[in-house]
Design a binder for this molecule. Structure first.
Ligand SMILES: [Zn+2]
Length: 232
């Protein structure tokens, strides 16, 4: 199996919006003002936090909760900051980790495997957590990567509203680009809160997604290892 180069992996599936609904007037939109967008036409973090906080306050009120309650009054701002600075920080390309690679001076040419890399993502259908771990293998060519960079890359793509299939592909593409190799395997195993906390309410299941490319896809024992539950 080869990498599908037509997949625009680095782009968030959400484009920055240029218009926002005016408060209380859903039928009317206004253009964002100069100070609210940066030089790339994207909304600045400050503005995002401000706008999300406004909207979230409306949601709390619509739900019938008392915004004057001490415990709730700062919730809209807390949620907005959490969205922008933490759980969805992977939507902003400026947060992409710098991937430094090193020359493979010791000519290591067998698979390097990184197991049980924990990640937390959020399902884009319900905005609730996806909690899982990644098993990753690659066969170094001329370059190797710092191990922690693999973890940071997983974390960066996880911190978006996601579907697990796309997250898997994004990690594969980013690693392939950084390492100039197509000998890669990525397996994600994750529990989806939208399955465990609502709907079918299944608490014990997990979802496995995988991509095996190049020599890894021909290596049965490597595939078995990557698919193995990390607890086993
Ligand atoms: Zn969901």
């Amino acid at each position: 199996m080869k990498l599908n180069r037509n997949f625009d992996y680095d782009q968030p599936s959400f484009k920055p919006v240029a218009l926002v609904s005016e408060r209380g007037r859903n039928d009317k939109q206004r253009e964002l003002t100069h100070g609210e967008v940066n030089e790339f036409g994207q909304i600045s973090d400050e503005t995002k936090i401000h706008l999300i906080s406004e909207k979230f306050e409306e949601i709390i009120k619509i739900l019938g909760l008392d915004m004057t309650d001490d415990s709730l009054k700062d919730t809209p701002m807390r949620v907005a900051k959490m969205y922008v600075n933490e759980i969805f920080r992977g939507l902003d390309p400026k947060n992409k980790p710098d991937i430094t690679v090193f020359k493979n001076t010791y000519r290591y040419t067998t698979p390097l495997v990184e197991m049980n890399i924990p990640f937390i993502s959020f399902c884009e259908h319900h905005f609730v957590p996806i909690v899982g771990k990644a098993n990753i293998a690659y066969i170094p060519g001329d370059h190797v990567i710092g191990l922690s960079k693999i973890h940071r890359l997983v974390d960066y793509y996880a911190r978006r509203p996601q579907v697990q299939e796309r997250l898997t592909q994004q990690i594969v593409h980013a690693l392939s680009d950084a390492l100039h190799t197509q000998d890669l395997g990525v397996v994600l195993q994750a529990s989806h809160s939208c399955i465990s906390c609502r709907g079918v309410m299944d608490q014990g299941s997990s979802t496995v997604t995988s991509v095996f490319l190049g020599k890894i896809s021909e290596n049965k024992s490597m595939i078995d290892l990557l698919l193995k539950n990390g607890n086993g």
